[in-house]
Design a protein around this ligand. Structure first.
Ligand SMILES: Cc1cc2nc3c(=O)[nH]c(=O)nc-3n(C[C@H](O)[C@H](O)[C@H](O)COP(=O)(O)OP(=O)(O)OC[C@H]3O[C@@H](n4cnc5c(N)ncnc54)[C@H](O)[C@@H]3O)c2cc1C
Length: 408
């Protein structure tokens, strides 16, 4: 694995950093103020301005490896850029690189037909609309995706969809025009062929956004995380992606890129927390000394640096594996970083909060919101334990006799 940034990546790093320094950090307070004024669930003017600026500078769709529709970067090349964007919760969207759109666009690139690409992928790539991924359900343990109960039943040349999803991120945003719905299409099929992914327009009759779900009190407006009801929703049969019963195949492909993008951004957020922690520790004095010189604070800073660097190297390694051997073979590496990166970021943010005292949990610093958002990543896209299960199975699998029965 090559550790040095290529000239192309180095130049993009400088440009993305300059954009963040010039436009994004300064926009954080403006964004908060605009969201708090009037209808919280409307897009903000400041975000549309940032998008137009980044697009004009050619800093657009930097994800999307193996496709002429993106910027032509590999996962390894994109990782340091996503890290810089991840330093701010506003960072990814100006570059059209935010969740869940990046993962959804990768699905559409790979599995949608030409008409679907024209209708949904093209406006997503232009940043005109947004998308959602509707898999998790309130009624069943959704960390086991074979549990999904929402039904899609074929009637003639249509699907009829019924059920309730929740934590459908982005569905509260009026710009969200399309959902990738994971539904039970054949309960009699083998376990991993019972579900399908189907494109459902958000404005289809019978789709109802029931409520936004807050995270520790943060509603994440105007994006939001929605509970969504599907009541006799009818969509054309050809809206099924890849084919009936092939939802798991897509999930394996989709969740790889989506997960690693989260990890790259988590590392950026941890870096920002460490920066804030260091600045605070040398700018405030207690008991006659700067905070950095009290107790074990210097060790806490050192531990944070070491943990971030370890998480970054593991993430880059997973990205390298995805590029060289494919998402399926890199499954254990992707699972490893999905556990490591959010946990490291959480520890560093928590330490930064502590170094800030009461200010750390206030709204005057981004730390409290960062903590809340990072905490969700120990659940979203699969809880830590499910990834540990996959990593552990892979490890013991190396030593299993070939004739030994394997648990599913
Ligand atoms: C902010 C946020 C955004 C999200 N966005 C989306 C989205 O856009 N689309 C979407 O479909 N979903 C989304 N999710 C949902 C998320 O993916 C699920 O919450 C997650 O998969 C867990 O499912 P569950 O909540 O049903 O927990 P359950 O399946 O009920 O699991 C509960 C707990 O059981 C334990 N557990 C589960 N399996 C194991 C195991 N094998 N070993 C040991 N312990 C285990 C874990 O501690 C786990 O946290 C989001 C969630 C959050 C919080």
């Amino acid at each position: 694995m090559e550790f040095a940034y290529s000239p192309k990546v180095q130049q993009l790093r400088e440009r993305v950093t300059a954009f963040m320094d010039t436009h994004v950090y300064a926009a954080e307070a403006v964004f908060d103020q605009q969201v708090s004024t009037g209808d919280r669930w409307q897009p903000t003017a400041i975000m549309e301005e940032l998008k137009a600026k980044a697009k004009a500078e050619g800093l657009w769709n930097l994800f999307l490896p193996e496709s002429e529709l993106g910027a032509g970067l590999t996962n390894l090349e994109y990782a340091p850029l996503a890290e810089i964007m991840g330093r701010s919760l506003l960072g990814p969207e100006p570059f059209n690189c935010s969740a869940p759109d990046t993962g959804n666009m990768e699905v559409l690139v790979r599995y949608a037909n030409e008409a679907q690409k024209k209708q949904w992928l093209e406006p997503l790539l232009r940043g005109e609309i947004r998308s959602a991924f509707a898999m998790t359900e309130p009624a069943v343990a959704s960390s086991d995706a074979t549990n999904m109960q929402a039904r899609a039943v074929r009637e003639g040349d249509e699907w009829v969809i019924n059920g309730t999803k929740w934590w459908t991120s982005g569905a509260c945003d009026p710009r969200c025009k399309i959902m990738i719905f994971m539904g039970l299409t054949n309960p009699d099929a083998p376990r991993h062929q019972q579900h399908s992914m189907i494109l459902v327009p958000t404005d289809a009759p019978g789709v109802k956004i029931v409520r936004p779900l807050p995270v520790f009190g943060y509603d994440d407006a105007p994006h939001g995380h929605a509970e969504v009801k599907f009541e006799n929703v009818r969509v054309p049969y050809e809206n099924v992606l890849l084919g009936e019963g092939r939802g798991f195949e897509i999930a394996q492909g989709r969740l790889g890129p989506g997960r690693i993008h989260h990890c790259m951004r988590s590392i950026g957020m941890a870096e920002r927390a460490l920066e804030l922690m260091c600045k605070r520790s040398i700018s405030r004095t207690a008991f006659g000394k700067p905070l950095a010189r009290l107790g074990g604070n210097i060790d806490i800073i050192a531990d944070s640096r070491m943990e971030i660097n370890q998480a970054r190297l593991l993430t880059l390694n997973a990205a390298y594996m995805m590029d060289t051997v494919g998402n399926k073979v890199a499954a254990s590496e992707i699972a490893q970083i999905k556990v490591v990166a959010p946990n490291v970021a959480l520890r560093v943010i928590d330490r930064a909060i502590q170094m800030h005292g009461g200010a750390g949990v206030s709204g005057d610093f981004p730390l409290a919101y960062m903590y809340a958002m990072q905490r969700t990543l120990r659940l979203a896209d699969g809880p830590d334990e499910v990834h540990r299960m996959a990593i552990g199975k892979y490890e013991i699998g190396k030593y299993m006799p070939r004739d030994m029965p394997r648990s599913k």
